[in-house]
Design a protein. Structure first.
Length: 189
């Protein structure tokens, strides 16, 4: 009986949210660097001019005429701080784009198994006879198993993750792998 474990909706939403969040954060940093910090500097510099001229009593009326709040900014921003906003914006946006690319790459993946083989999420057909090992160190705590195989002289590995993929079918695929490994080790003994 063929088994099929698709990417779970919660995993898809979680990764998409993370990508969009990082891109939004990057946009916020860019806005601060391009607009926000300059506006604060304009208010701070004008307030400092009133302070230095000894005309702070005129500041509230001037601020009101410009549509600014009366309370001046606590400080201005340096060129390095403004440049930092662009650097942080670039890092956050790039990270978000990488996560978004990963999401696009992964969202349609499927883990399958039939009576003879497992079809990995990347689409590689791995016969049960080619499976050489099973790493269950994180299975009980995280639901992640590493399946090692060797096929046509090439070694490989894929993950069975019961959070990323539908839980019940993922566990059934893992049980099938365990059964085939146990049968082979019993036949070898």
């Amino acid at each position: 009986m063929p088994l099929e474990a698709r990417i779970t909706p919660i995993w898809k939403r979680q990764k998409l949210f993370m990508a969009l969040f990082l891109i939004a954060m990057g946009s916020w940093f860019f806005w601060d660097g391009a607009v926000g910090y300059h506006r604060i500097n304009e208010r701070y510099d004008k307030w400092a001019e009133f302070r230095n001229n000894g005309t702070l009593q005129d500041w509230p009326a001037y601020a009101k005429s410009r549509g600014w709040v009366e309370k001046p900014p606590e400080h201005g921003y340096t060129a390095q701080q403004i440049t930092g906003q662009f650097i942080y914006g670039s890092l956050a946006s790039l990270s978000g784009l990488l996560v978004l690319g990963y999401w696009f790459q992964q969202k349609g993946r499927v883990l399958r198994a039939d009576d003879e083989a497992v079809i990995t999420p990347s689409g590689t057909r791995v016969p049960f006879t080619a499976i050489t090992g099973l790493g269950l160190k994180k299975w009980e705590s995280k639901g992640i198993a590493r399946v090692r195989y060797e096929q046509e002289g090439r070694k490989g590995e894929f993950i069975v993750d019961d959070y990323k993929f539908d839980t019940a079918p993922s566990r059934e695929v893992l049980e099938k792998i365990k059964q085939h490994l146990a049968a082979r080790s019993g036949a070898a003994a």
